[in-house]
Design a binder for this molecule. Structure first.
Ligand SMILES: Nc1ncnc2c1ncn2[C@@H]1O[C@H](COP(=O)(O)OP(=O)(O)OP(=O)(O)O)[C@@H](O)[C@H]1O
Length: 293
């Protein structure tokens, strides 16, 4: 497999009139990785991806997809599958007709019944799109990313409106695509999905890449939190802690395992009851909240 980046974004800028939506943005997506481009509302993710997908021209900077300009549609387009937030299939077409249309538009080869099975719509193959539920429509949108197992797949909020079984089903299908070597670019507001699945994350805020790295790299910049309530007053705690408004003790730590051991040993030796004890590693949500503060 080539080790050259699949996507290279270099000093990208985009302005809408006098509004600077994407500011000097640079990042790359490597072959076979799942890169999550996350961010606050209006951060510029959709604008950036529209340029990478070849739907919009940049104001300045360069974007390369498979080493070529995204505007070079005949070379680039057949190699990528794009699951948009709305695919805009005609409501009068059946599921099978719509999936067949994807084949014609992408010029990749596949079998409509196989793809319909992967997106779990076999029972609805003869149903018109206009009669599908929201979740079923979303699964049909996903067919655009599955058809012909594209080398590069864009998933824009793929699980919005899906129930938990459909989510699991979709992520299993994404895993199969990745086993076949597909590179995936994901945008989502479901941070735990990115936390579980992304190899690397780019966090955008107000047009710039605020942070970038693996989940571990992003979360290790913030402390973990131990929280508990004491049933009886104690003269002194074994750790530095603060008392929250609800009376619970909050300990922030970069050495979670060690401090938890100290706390539990102290509680055991003094026969103390640590009520509502929780100890959590830093989550992506915390990193996200830290951006805005
Ligand atoms: N066609 C447009 N004309 C003018 N401004 C636009 C246009 N499209 C987007 N914007 C503005 O550019 C900024 C970035 O929008 P964009 O849709 O790229 O953000 P996003 O990160 O995808 O946001 P969200 O998470 O809310 O979907 C926003 O402030 C938005 O209002």
């Amino acid at each position: 497999m080539s080790t050259s980046p699949v996507i290279e974004v270099d000093h990208l800028n985009l302005t809408y009139g006098d509004f600077h939506a994407v500011k000097d943005l640079s990042f790359e997506v490597r072959p076979g990785e799942l890169y999550a481009l996350l961010g606050t509302n209006g951060a510029g993710k959709t604008s950036t991806l529209e340029i990478v997908e070849g739907h919009r021209a940049p104001s300045s900077g360069t974007v390369r997809v498979f080493g070529r300009s995204p505007g070079d549609r005949t070379a680039v387009r057949p190699r990528m599958g794009i699951m948009l937030q709305e695919s805009g299939f005609s409501p009068d077409l059946t599921v099978r007709e719509s999936v067949g249309l994807i084949g014609k538009l992408t010029r990749r080869t596949d079998d409509a019944d196989r793809v319909i099975d992967v997106v779990d719509l076999t029972r609805k193959a003869g149903t018109r799109v206009g009669q599908l539920s929201g979740g079923e429509k979303r699964r049909l949108d996903f067919a655009t990313a599955v058809w012909g197992t594209p080398e590069l797949i864009f998933l824009d909020e793929p699980t919005t409106g899906l129930d938990i079984q459909s989510r699991d089903h979709l992520w299993n299908a994404v895993d199969r695509l990745r086993e076949n070597g597909s590179t995936v670019v994901l945008t989502t507001h479901y941070l735990e999905e990115a936390q579980q699945r992304a190899d690397r994350i780019g966090l955008m805020h107000q047009g710039v890449l605020n942070r970038e790295g693996t989940v571990a790299e992003l979360t290790r910049t913030l402390p973990s939190v131990i929280k508990f309530t004491l049933a009886t007053p104690v003269p002194a705690l074994p750790l530095q802690g603060a008392v929250a408004a609800d009376g619970s003790v909050v300990v922030e730590t970069f050495t979670l395992q060690k401090d938890l051991h100290v706390l539990l040993t102290w509680a055991q030796e003094n026969a103390l009851d640590l009520r509502d004890l929780s100890a959590g590693a830093t989550r992506l949500d915390d990193v996200f909240r830290a951006i805005e503060s």
